[in-house]
Design a protein around this ligand. Sequence first.
Ligand SMILES: [Zn+2]
Length: 384
Amino acid sequence: MRHVTRYRTYPSHPVEQRLFNGFVRCTFVRNWCLENNVYVDSCLPDLKNQYPELKEVQSHVLQKVIHRIVASLRALRAMKAKGRRVGKLRRKRIHSMEYDSTGFRLTGNRLWLSKIGEIQIELSRPVPGRIKQVVIKHTPAHRWFVAVVSETPDTPEPTTGTRAVGIDLNLENFSTDTDGMVFPHPHNVRKAAKRLRRAQRGLSKKVNGSRNRRKQRVKVARIHEQVENRRNDFLHKWSRYYVEHYDLIALEHLNIKPMVESLDAKLRGRSRVILDAAWYKGREFIRYKAANAGKYVHLIDPAYTTQDCFICGHREKKDLWQRTHCCPACGYTVPRDLNAAQNILKRASVGWGTPESTLVEIGTATPPILAVQVPVNDTRISRL
Ligand SMILES: [Zn+2]
């Protein structure tokens, strides 16, 4: 099993200078390769003869820069093959260095990097297993981090449990599930986002190239980082909750939800995009946590999950303001999002990779109980 652990680090001034210097060299190699259309690391020895200053960086780190370009190109090509519109790889600055298998040594909380020196890292938790790779990174908010990639020999056993849940992601709350658990949108993220807007306004007023502008830019970057941290914190707790409590987790597949469902003039713009990104990330968190725990995740086609009645399948259009699902055909009445979550679980229960009998059990046992369990206006609110 693969683990990535991130640590904060505080390099001394000379070490910091060498790291920045290394970033400049990596950036040079990347841009040189893009300009000359060379994508093999065998060009490096010649390049080093031509530009001796490249020898100030550990050779594997430079190779990794080129491997990165190749990987990105491959990803672009794959996207293009799928019919997506793709651009070109651009020149950009590099703010991290990857040490693959050699050139580093971690003893206690001291990390030695070849051609850089020793750094003390904040070893907030032990590194699990054998270290494969070390990445040192500088953020726009002037913070240094070390990501340690390690491997342990264990592989997760597939679960034999049968606890299943369907989760509906919606605008009113972050999510609602089939057991009536509601996660509201995290407040602290909203607050930080508000401060971010203000700081960005401040930035636009500063004179270009001035010292004040530079200071304000770091301020903006710090708030950006805070928004990101708070969101990640929420998403980690959210995904952990589901992976711990359930064996099958059913979610909507991204972005094919009919827009009619989510359209509200005010919500259509930026906030909607941010939400999409948060949901996407949350789903990825659930997926990798579930994979590590041997649990199942099912992504289903979200078309009509809100419109269909869970009990009888009657399809009726709903306006956004209709918060309650009240079926005219069978009289089934529950909160709108709960009905959607139940539909999501129903669709996922078909084709779950467990024995037939369990499928039937889940398919038939859940609906009647749920209808009684969660009356309208009596949803449980999470306390995350
Ligand atoms: Zn119905």
